[in-house]
Design a protein around this ligand. Sequence first.
Ligand SMILES: NC(=O)c1ccc[n+]([C@@H]2O[C@H](COP(=O)([O-])OP(=O)(O)OC[C@H]3O[C@@H](n4cnc5c(N)ncnc54)[C@H](OP(=O)(O)O)[C@@H]3O)[C@@H](O)[C@H]2O)c1
Length: 303
Amino acid sequence: MASPDLSIVTGALSYSGKHIARKLLAAGQRVKTITGHPNRPNPFGDKVEVAPFSFEDPGGLTDTLRGASTLYNTYWIRFPMRGMTYERAAENSKTLVRCAEEAGVQRIVHISIVRPSKDAPYGYYRGKAEVEAAIQASSLSYAILRPTVLFGGEDILLNNIAWSLRRFPVFPIAGKGDYKIRPINVDDLAQLAVEQGQHAENVILDAVGPETYTFRELARTIAQTIGAGTLFIPVPRLFMLLGARMIGLAVRDVLLTRDEINGLMDGLMSSDEPATGTTKISDWLQQNWDLVGTVYASELRRR
Ligand SMILES: NC(=O)c1ccc[n+]([C@@H]2O[C@H](COP(=O)([O-])OP(=O)(O)OC[C@H]3O[C@@H](n4cnc5c(N)ncnc54)[C@H](OP(=O)(O)O)[C@@H]3O)[C@@H](O)[C@H]2O)c1
């Protein structure tokens, strides 16, 4: 029997899943997490039970999910690494959905991406579309939330833009920098997820904040707020990619992928839908200007 007060969150020891788990606990829910790093320090102590992802053992994964009424799913990969591909991540996600059905879970709140498409030139977006289709074909009721780019907490992308602005005298902007970006605060996404976990109808919502910038405007706003006198120089797309690669080599990480740069320039980090988050990134920057970008956030170190 599914218990209405037990939720499963994938990745509650990582980024957005941690914020979702925090809000669920505050709302009086019991929370269990599934993670690839079960031995990572658990900020929730014994309030959040930890289980490993076991995609190769669907029976075990089903047992882990049994008893929960809602699954909050953040599982995905930012880029292929160490044998993990988008195709494999999509298969794992579909296994998770099947196991959730088998376990008697009633609802999935799934974190996707704005504008997923099976025909997208980017594996990230194709894989996301495939997983969304599997969820819609399942017996679970669903809320599919499609964020653009997250900020706040332990975010990577905007933090590392601020980090670069603090460290380097020049900042390359691919092309005119007039492509739009509309970030959402990670707590707003978590709030939206928890609210949607309480409903039963099927919904697909873009998860977007109240402010839309061009990329050039956003980079300038960050620079001004943190007090960086950085010079912005327009460069061809390839130069931005090469620059990102060089910084990535220096910090032993992947700063930005080719798909992220192309997706950003294609307008895939924005949306014309109504705002579903309330926190303005300009306000958040004012409140966090002394912290944002002071430490590089490494994707590879988290993995
Ligand atoms: N961050 C953003 O700006 C952003 C923007 C748009 C959409 N999204 C979507 O939002 C969701 C959550 O993103 P997030 O940034 O909060 O992710 P995250 O916390 O870093 O990771 C979410 C989950 O995916 C697992 N995971 C991540 N990379 C993996 C890899 N290479 N191999 C195996 N497992 C991996 C994590 O495993 P562990 O539990 O082991 O850490 C965790 O359980 C994702 O579906 C993402 O596509 C994020």
